[in-house]
Design a protein around this ligand. Structure first.
Ligand SMILES: Nc1nc2c(c(=O)[nH]1)N[C@H]1C(S)=C(S)[C@@H](COP(=O)(O)OP(=O)(O)OC[C@H]3O[C@@H](n4cnc5c(=O)[nH]c(N)nc54)[C@H](O)[C@@H]3O)O[C@H]1N2
Ligand SMILES: Nc1nc2c(c(=O)[nH]1)N[C@H]1C(S)=C(S)[C@@H](COP(=O)(O)OP(=O)(O)OC[C@H]3O[C@@H](n4cnc5c(=O)[nH]c(N)nc54)[C@H](O)[C@@H]3O)O[C@H]1N2
Ligand SMILES: [Mo]
Length: 755
């Protein structure tokens, strides 16, 4: 069919607008959820409704209009789909046959309907009762020589109540092995920020957008991955606030955007320019850019200008001197070469920062997924501290989180490096002695599988094997396990790359009603700005055989811990009981949780730096030095290109909604490589030719992906981009930020080879 042929076409309209509206309608139609879906959309992000299952950006307060976005609607439509994966489906396909299908095909089969167990004799998943499923999990966990042989993964859609109980279950079981999707995502924020400002979270709230005098958006594709934030950027821009977008890809929505909620703009085909300054940064060039801006500030101060907030620095910070010396020591030619940005533009960015009395810096994966991800985030803090950009309206650091509850899961205990104070609270509230040694993060859990120490993998949501680096090795790692458990809404590759025993346990989704013997229950979610709100599903569950995640966690615990000190059965029906325990373990932030959550606006968890209180060891905000200008290990190979693996407009992480990427002009293909035409010509490649990429690494493992079409694209020289998860085979497991364990998925050193 001609319509399925790959097409590449420059997209030169604004992002958003009618294109987004049409895309939303098409998806609702395709998934046959028009009436059901539209009804659900009306409840999404409304008081009394459920939280959007897509990203973690907060909802604007008290908006009376329909508050959703194209990609939120997609996430909902694919959750509320009419399609079902039934026992007949599994009887029809062997697991080996399913492995031949694409991720997109697997997703399109629809919602899981009942628990299934892998049968090795027939190579089929076969139906299995819930009781038998929990008994099998209990048997495997109890048979381990020690609890550290199990890995307990979490993906960030899991609500607070289930995540909290999971963290208690796993700790009573005896390990802190909590590989988590955040280990591949904003872990550099969670580990990088505490030594700098004392908390591992952002300091900005929604209202700050109304007071900011300058906004930087670094390494984040806002229009695709947190579209609701576009409303804030449009409003800010209309107020005349300068917006600086720093990105190797000129992401369309950061250039021009039409608000789908803006009736006049929609009717007149109008749009708002977003970035007042687009910084076409080289991959990993952000460190040099930040230092260049600081150098400008220090130089002008030395010439007698008053730029730095000296009173703030004296009262609240430590460590400025080393950072100043280092920035001043960097030579302009090096800064320009390493950032890929002209000195003039760096000076303009510095000028924007200097003139603003309240600067907000937002960032995404383009900043975290580098080998120095954690320390890069600290450089952002350095810049903000210079002008006292904390504890005042409109200012602060704003990590834009990914999954809708990824921040909440960490807050309520999903943490492989828990603090001793938290463990003490767990002991006093639940009466067992939790393990004190740190557990595995995601990369360490794959290593443990590879070296044979891990035996059991339980995935509370997510699609582990597709999300982690080094696809081939990770598949091999999973296949060595005794038991793999996927607790999920949809069939995914993680269920097909499995251990000797394997279970698929289907759950009630965010948009669906949870009804227990005690009546209808709601769950709670913490967004990127530390607001905790209730989420109540409105749709009937897509199958009568689904269980809520809370019940699954409790019954796993009961099966694994026959002598548990915790009254698990008491949590299954009444989620208020769980919230009371959360309040007991976290009295500072969750005091009176059950009462406070009755407020439709929810509660805002305290972020001390907003009050200029710094919970660091020295009680100060700390300037922290990252010497030099390289955010990744130096590679001397002259043929090297830095590869960023990114999301298309039509995917949610490993879930592929379609093969299109509208704003980048790509249709019906995901096996593409975005490249600067000069880099293509320098390699003697024809326009649109097929190539293979190979990773440049020193561990002797050949990592290669074949069949990529080269697209001429406005990338900086030396930088290429392609899609995650297709390019994950190129990402070595040990190529990560050593502080956080986060794979450096935005800066893989590769070379082009013949396909
Ligand atoms: N629709 C949709 N929404 C999502 C998701 C989704 O898949 N689909 N995923 C969710 C999740 S879990 C997350 S974490 C977020 C991810 O949201 P984003 O952080 O936007 O994630 P990416 O698309 O991976 O890439 C971010 C941007 O980084 C840029 N970049 C690459 N390398 C560099 C660099 O060296 N420097 C700079 N400055 N920029 C660079 C890329 O060009 C890209 O624009 O979105 C969440 N929301
Ligand atoms: N190369 C490369 N790799 C990356 C990234 C990158 O940019 N480049 N990004 C990384 C990032 S930021 C992240 S966050 C990870 C994502 O890693 P994961 O969070 O593991 O992956 P997802 O694709 O979000 O998981 C999708 C699956 O979750 C299940 N699911 C959906 N909703 C629910 C629910 O409500 N409950 C339960 N129990 N299950 C549900 C569905 O079965 C679905 O198939 O990938 C990381 N990997
Ligand atoms: Mo993420």
């Amino acid at each position: 069919m001609a319509d399925d042929k790959p097409r590449f076409k420059t997209y030169d309209h604004p992002a958003g607008g009618w294109g987004a509206a049409a895309a939303t309608a098409k998806i609702l139609l395709e998934q046959s959820v028009v009436t059901k879906g539209s009804r659900a959309l009306l409840s999404m992000n409304q008081p009394g409704g459920f939280k959007c299952p897509s990203c973690a950006f907060p909802d604007p307060e008290c908006k009376k209009t329909l508050e959703f976005c194209e990609n939120g609607a997609k996430a909902l439509a694919f959750e509320a789909t009419k399609f079902r994966v039934t026992r007949e489906f599994f009887a029809e396909h062997t697991v080996s046959a399913l492995m031949e299908q694409s991720d997109h095909w697997l997703e399109m089969q629809g919602r899981l309907t009942e628990p299934m167990r892998y049968d090795a004799v027939s190579d089929h998943y076969v139906p299995c009762s819930w009781d038998d499923a929990f008994a099998l999990i209990g048997r495997h966990l109890r048979a381990l020589e020690n609890p550290h042989q199990a890995e307990f993964y979490t993906s960030g859609r899991t609500p607070n109540e289930a995540a909290f109980l999971y963290s208690i279950f796993v700790r009573e079981f005896g390990t802190n092995n909590f590989p988590d999707c955040s280990n591949m995502c904003h872990e550099p924020t969670s580990r990088g920020l505490p030594p700098a400002i004392g908390v591992g979270k952002g300091t900005v709230i929604m209202e700050d957008f109304d007071h900011a005098e300058a906004i930087f958006v670094i390494g984040q594709n806002t229009g695709t991955n947190s579209p609701r934030m576009m409303t804030n950027l449009v409003e800010a821009r209309r107020r005349g606030v300068p917006i600086v977008a720093v990105n190797p890809m000129p992401e369309r929505a950061l250039i021009r955007f039409t608000e789908p909620q803006d009736v006049v703009q929609m009717a007149t085909f109008g749009s708002t320019p977003i970035a007042s300054e687009f910084v076409h940064i080289g991959i990993g060039g952000d460190l040099a850019l930040l230092k260049g801006m600081m150098k400008v500030i220090f130089e002008r101060e030395a010439q007698g200008e008053q730029i730095i907030d000296h009173a703030f620095i004296r009262e609240h910070t430590a460590g400025l001197e080393a950072v100043r010396e280092d920035a001043l020591a960097q030579a302009w030619p090096d800064i320009v070469r390493m950032s890929g940005v002209s000195e003039a533009q760096i000076r303009r960015c510095a000028e924007i920062y200097i003139r603003s009395n309240a600067t907000m810096i937002c960032y995404g994966m383009g900043l975290t997924q580098h080998q120095q991800g954690s320390r890069l985030i600290q450089q952002v803090v350095n810049l903000l501290l210079l002008k006292g950009n904390f504890g005042k309206p409109g200012a602060g650091i704003s990590p834009i989180r990914g999954h809708s509850n990824v921040q909440g899961d960490r807050t309520v205990g999903v943490d492989e490096k828990p603090s001793q104070a938290y463990l003490d609270r767990v002991r006093s509230v639940f009466g067992f002695e939790p393990p004190r040694e740190f557990g595995h993060h995601t990369v360490e859990s794959v290593e443990a599988m590879l070296n044979g120490t891990a035996k059991v993998f339980i995935g509370l949501g997510g699609n582990f094997v597709r999300a982690v680096p080094d696809t081939e090795r990770s598949y091999a790692a999973m296949r060595k396990l005794a038991l793999t458990v996927g607790i999920a809404t949809k069939l995914n590759r993680g269920h097909l790359v499995h251990g000797r025993d394997a279970l698929i346990l289907p759950v009630i989704s965010r948009s669906e009603i949870i009804r227990t013997r005690a009546g209808e229950q709601f769950v709670t979610i913490e967004d990127s700005m530390s607001n905790v709100t209730a989420s109540r599903g409105v749709l009937a569950p897509s199958s009568p055989d689904l269980l809520p995640e809370v019940e699954i966690v409790c019954r796993m615990a009961m099966a694994a811990l026959p002598h548990s000190k915790v009254a698990w059965a008491g949590f299954i029906d009444d989620y208020m009981v769980i919230r009371d325990k959360i309040a007991d373990v976290y009295p500072e932030i969750y005091k009176d949780f059950s009462e406070r959550i009755k407020n439709p606006k929810g509660l805002h968890l305290d972020v001390p730096p907003r009050r200029l209180v710094w919970p660091t060891p020295n009680g100060k905000a700390n300037f922290l030095l990252l010497p030099g200008l390289e955010a990744n290990d130096h590679v001397s190979d002259p043929a090297m290109l830095r590869l960023a693996t990114v999301r298309s407009h039509d995917q949610f992480n490993t879930t592929i909604y379609s093969y299109n990427d509208r704003y980048r002009g790509v249709y019906n293909d995901r096996m593409v490589l975005f490249m600067n035409s000069d880099d293509r010509i320098a390699r003697g490649l024809e326009k649109g030719c097929r190539i293979a990429l190979e990773t440049i690494s020193s561990d002797g493992i050949n990592r290669r992906v074949d069949g990529l079409t080269v697209l001429d694209y406005p990338m900086p020289r030396g930088a290429v981009a392609g899609y995650y998860p297709e390019l994950n085979p190129l990402l070595p497991l040990d190529y990560h930020d050593k502080i956080s364990g986060t794979p450096a998925a935005k800066s893989i050193p590769v070379r082009v080879v013949a396909s």
